[in-house]
Design a protein around this ligand. Structure first.
Ligand SMILES: Nc1nc2c(c(=O)[nH]1)N[C@H]1C(S)=C(S)[C@@H](COP(=O)(O)O)O[C@H]1N2
Ligand SMILES: [Mo]
Length: 314
């Protein structure tokens, strides 16, 4: 690593996108300038696949949340139900080597090495708002590639109507899996059109750097118009299916967590309203922001649900 980019991006100082971009260019220029002084090996420089990732067209013009907040307050029940403990305990997970098993309705099932997946799928940055069902939100510059692009390489059959994702099961390291707080392994699912939508990505990095373990390294799903629990971490298996799969949260509390889980201020969680959200990192005295339908991505995704009663299909 040439410089500690993540520490350099003091996002709390950033007021708008232009400032963020120019600051980033400055950071990259500084990195190049200091290279001679720091004498990184050629291999180090070449291995830094996150150094020159460009911001993709589907990014929102949003100011990222402070890196510290995004990495120290995480939901990762495989480690702990406490958001601070999970951030710390997740460091024990070994994220290389890593492979993804692809099964079901595809012409090319198999076990794919993550390094090969990365070779086939160029990385881009996507700055997305991310909203947890527990009514807090943040803005993260994810680095990843479109899920649909990867799925196409596995050649889904015409029977593939849904996609199921599974997190690694390893209770020796994932100490939360020794408890029955959820049924393990954690699984999630999408309808095939949701999976193929260009906003849906698999993330392998964030803030110009590798994905931290607590945020789902080495490979996690990001679906920006859905509540955070859909964005499953540490994915080891992808199955293409004809029928709608079960999901971990739906099995544990079906009235609270549906299959669709689209961000929707008009549909309350049974135990709290979804109308407002606390912006992560803001003062506890700061005003909450209004939650937007589809988390603000309605223009791109509302048509996926035309004619559906979103109170029924929550
Ligand atoms: N495997 C796995 N994936 C998971 C979770 C989890 O507990 N285990 N929590 C989900 C929930 S509820 C949220 S809000 C987001 C949180 O992502 P973050 O910790 O990167 O902010 O991850 C989701 N993905
Ligand atoms: Mo969540």
């Amino acid at each position: 690593m040439l410089i500690k980019r993540k520490a350099s991006i003091l996002t709390s100082e950033i007021t708008d996108r232009a400032v963020f971009e120019s600051r980033r260019r400055f950071i990259k220029a500084a990195a190049a300038g200091s290279a001679a002084l720091m004498l990184p090996t050629l291999a180090e420089a070449e291995n830094d696949i996150y150094a020159d990732v460009l911001t993709g067209p589907y990014s929102a013009p949003l100011s990222p949340t402070d890196y510290e907040d995004v990495t120290s307050y995480t939901n990762y029940y495989e480690f702990s139900t406490n958001k601070k403990d999970s951030s710390r305990l997740a460091q024990a997970l070994k994220t290389r080597p890593w492979s993804v098993t692809v099964e079901g309705e595809v012409a090319r099932p198999g076990i794919y090495d993550l390094e090969d997946i990365l070779k086939d799928n160029p990385l881009e940055e996507r700055i997305y708002r991310f909203r947890c069902v527990e009514a807090w939100s943040m803005v993260v510059p994810w680095i990843g590639f479109p899920l649909g692009q990867m799925l196409k390489r596995f050649e889904p059959t015409s029977n593939a109507k849904f996609v199921e994702f599974t997190t690694i099961y390893n209770p020796d390291v994932m100490v939360g899996q020794r408890s029955g707080v959820l049924e393990w392994p954690y699984t999630e699912g999408l309808r095939i059109d949701e999976a193929m939508h260009p906003l849906t990505i698999m993330a392998t990095g964030m803030y110009d750097d590798e994905l931290p373990k607590q945020n789902g390294a080495p490979l996690r799903l990001i679906v920006p118009w859905k509540y955070g629990f859909k964005s499953i971490k540490a994915v080891v298996k992808i199955r293409l299916l004809e029928n709608m799969p079960d999901t971990a949260w739906n099995k544990s509390a079906p009235r609270e967590y549906g299959f669709y889980a689209n961000v929707n201020p008009e549909v309350s969680h049974p135990r709290w309203s979804q109308k407002r959200e606390r912006v992560l990192g803001s003062s506890i005295f700061a005003a909450k922001r209004n939650t937007e339908k589809f988390n603000g991505y309605g223009e791109q995704v509302a048509s996926l649900y035309s004619g559906m009663d979103l109170k029924k299909y929550y």
